[in-house]
Design a binder for this molecule. Structure first.
Ligand code: PRP
Length: 183
């Protein structure tokens, strides 16, 4: 079966942010981070699974030494609503003591994920947490957190693609889009 016959893009109602625009914004974000981040190697922590596409594309644009760790956390369990609790799925956390961490996530929605992970990083003794997200929803959050680096502000709608899923699917769409209503 050809990719075009898989119905993969047919589920998308509209493209919100296309590939070219994402690429251009990542170029600018990488410059911002490189200029503003304290001197020395960066320790990037990528929140799985959603941030893997964003992080891979962003971090390859940052022209200085960096270490990359991943942290597997979950709160949506594949659906469209936050469960309200953030689960840490790894047995061992990255070593962050004394480090400036660049925490990367795909989307800032209720803020629970970034808040829970940043709190945990501080408990583990990190020196500072700098946060970067591809998308930030323009809404009142359950947790008062902001990201230091934001790719795009979007409205309060459920989006997929470029790492973001619905029921585990659509992460490999090369753009950010809105799905057709599911009946
Ligand atoms: C999604 C997304 C962010 C988080 C943002 O993760 O990847 O990590 O929710 O939402 P919040 O601001 O309301 O916490 P999800 O739990 O769906 O896991 P996933 O990354 O594996 O898809």
């Amino acid at each position: 079966m050809k990719a075009t016959e898989m119905g993969w893009r047919d589920d998308v109602e509209r493209v919100l942010i296309d590939e070219k625009i994402i690429e251009k914004r990542l170029d600018a974000m990488a410059v911002e981070i490189d200029q503003q981040f304290p001197a020395g190697p960066i320790l990037a922590i990528v929140l799985l699974k959603g941030a893997f596409v964003f992080a891979a594309d962003l971090l390859r644009r940052i022209p200085r030494p960096l270490e990359i760790e991943c942290l597997n956390v979950s709160s949506y369990h594949g659906g469209t609503e936050s469960s309200g609790s953030v689960k840490f799925l790894d047995h061992v956390l990255p070593e962050v003591r004394g480090r400036h961490v660049l925490l990367l996530d795909d989307i800032l929605d209720t803020g629970r994920t970034l808040k829970a992970v940043a709190d945990r990083m501080f408990e583990e003794g990190c020196a500072a947490v700098h946060t970067g997200v591809l998308l930030a929803k323009d809404k009142k959050r359950a947790e008062q957190v902001q990201a230091d680096y934001v790719g795009f502000e979007i409205g309060d709608e459920f989006v997929v693609g470029y790492g973001l899923d619905y029921k585990g699917r659509y992460r490999n769409l090369p753009f950010v889009g809105v799905l057709k209503p599911v009946d």
